[in-house]
Write a protein that binds this ligand. Structure first.
Ligand code: HSE
Length: 438
């Protein structure tokens, strides 16, 4: 039986899951691949922690460079994460002609163009299914299953931590801090959880998917990002009263010679299937000219679901090695010479529906002042709701709009904030509602 030697760099949450699957499911993998996937080395600087796995003597080491420089290793699995040493190790592995698997979305989003170029020049495969959406096969879908389509748009819940927090706040009113602590304990969060909460992790993933969908260089820096830290329980409650849920959405649309790519809390109607995706689950809807709409759904974070995607990649690369077919699937879905620099439009240029919440004095004439300013910027109000009545002090005034331009919305809200009858900064939440045409 042929043996493929695998070296694992980083044995944290997902790395441990990968080792478990390779060891515990060895037989079923062998029967599918026709070769043994031999975990020759596992490298991690934290050597004492009990991971619940018995490695053979000499397998667990603390020197990752020994693994990437070992001529017997066929496939390197990078599970360290981040943009530091992981980048160096991946480039060295590529240089040494190794096949590489990584789940490192931060690294690929920021340095992916150079890394993929290096891999292509060296003629090695670099697989990254687990970088987006945990166990959902979204990369394989875009790179292989859907290649007959022009992709028109994608909308996804791509961060398990944020979805967990928003779902728990919606369902049982749990506090943000308590649910975040739980998510950390369960191993869903990034090492630095602000990357989750501020939407950066979602944007890393969106940058990768947007490149695969439209044949463009990875462009993380131009993606508009807004996280979930400012979502108030009151807004979740109002959203529910209007038939909406609030989700942190990654949105990507082909708009001709540019793409609209952004991450922000979004109100979506209850009949949008993404609205029922709760907890740590991820989901993505993809719209293509041949498929219409399709949706993928599955655990987006956590040890074993993410490890499952990594092992799927290892098997793909092992099969390529066994059949001498490395490079069969272009790394970024398009042939290298067909990948261009398609611009991402600034968020100020988008047109969408909005939810506004103003904190205003409950006095005659206040509403007309606010609506007058909105009118000056051609923002047409669909409905107005004043919640509660206070003789002294401020009340929430909630408005839903027809389609409006973001640039005008920003200017109008800033003017409204300056009114002496308005206290706090107005709240703006974008709405994606296909049921509402104008
Ligand atoms: N921190 C990420 C999440 C892990 O919560 O989705 C998976 O990428």
């Amino acid at each position: 039986m042929r043996k493929i030697n695998v070296g694992l760099l980083g044995c944290g949450t997902v790395g441990t899951g990968v080792a478990k699957i390779l060891i515990e499911n060895k037989d079923v993998i062998r029967s599918r691949v026709g070769a043994d996937l031999n975990l020759k080395y596992v490298a991690d600087i934290e050597m004492q922690r009990d991971r619940g796995i018995r490695f053979d003597d000499g397998v667990f080491i603390n020197d990752a460079y020994k693994v990437v420089d070992d001529p017997d290793i066929d496939i390197i699995i990078e599970m360290i994460g981040g943009e530091g040493v992981a980048k160096d190790l991946i480039l060295r592995a590529i240089d040494n002609g190794k096949q590489v698997v990584t789940a490192n979305k931060a690294l690929l989003a920021v340095h992916g163009n150079a890394i993929f170029k290096a891999a292509m020049e060296q003629g090695v495969d670099l697989a990254f299914e687990a970088s987006v959406g945990g166990c959902m096969p979204i990369i394989k879908s875009l790179r292989e299953s859907l290649v007959g389509n022009h992709i028109k748009s994608m909308a996804g819940i791509l961060n398990g931590t944020c979805n967990y927090i928003l779902s728990r706040s919606t369902d049982d009113g749990s506090s943000f801090e308590a649910v975040l602590a739980e998510a950390q304990k369960k191993g869903f969060t990034e090492a630095d959880p602000t990357l989750d909460i501020e939407g950066v992790d979602t944007a890393h993933k969106l940058a990768i998917l947007t490149s695969l969908a439209y044949g463009m260089e990875i462009n993380f820096k131009d993606i508009y990002i807004e996280g979930i830290a400012n979502i108030a329980p009151m807004d979740i409650d109002f959203a529910g009263q209007f038939g909406y849920k609030i989700k942190l959405l990654a949105i990507s649309k082909d708009v001709g010679n540019a793409v609209d790519a952004r991450v922000h809390p979004t109100m979506i109607p209850f009949d949008n299937p993404l609205s029922s995706v709760g907890g740590v689950l991820n989901a993505i809807t993809i719209s293509g000219d041949a498929i219409g709409n399709m949706m993928l759904y599955g655990y987006g974070a956590g040890m074993m679901p993410t490890a499952s995607a990594v092992v799927g990649d290892i098997v793909d690369l092992a099969r390529n090695l066994l059949t001498g077919s490395s490079g069969r699937v272009p790394l970024l879905s398009y042939q290298m010479n067909n990948i261009s620099k398609i611009p991402v439009i600034p968020v100020d240029e988008i047109t969408t529906h909005y939810y506004f919440r103003f904190s205003a004095l409950d006095r005659p004439g206040v509403l007309s002042k606010i609506s007058g300013i909105l009118g000056d910027y051609e923002i047409s109000i669909k409905s107005v709701h004043q919640k509660g009545r206070k003789t002294k002090g401020f009340v929430p005034i909630v408005m839903l709009t027809h389609l409006a331009k973001e640039a005008g919305v920003k200017k109008a809200l800033s003017k409204i904030f300056n009114l002496d009858v308005v206290s706090d900064k107005p709240v703006l939440i974008r709405i994606e509602d296909e049921n509402q045409e104008d």
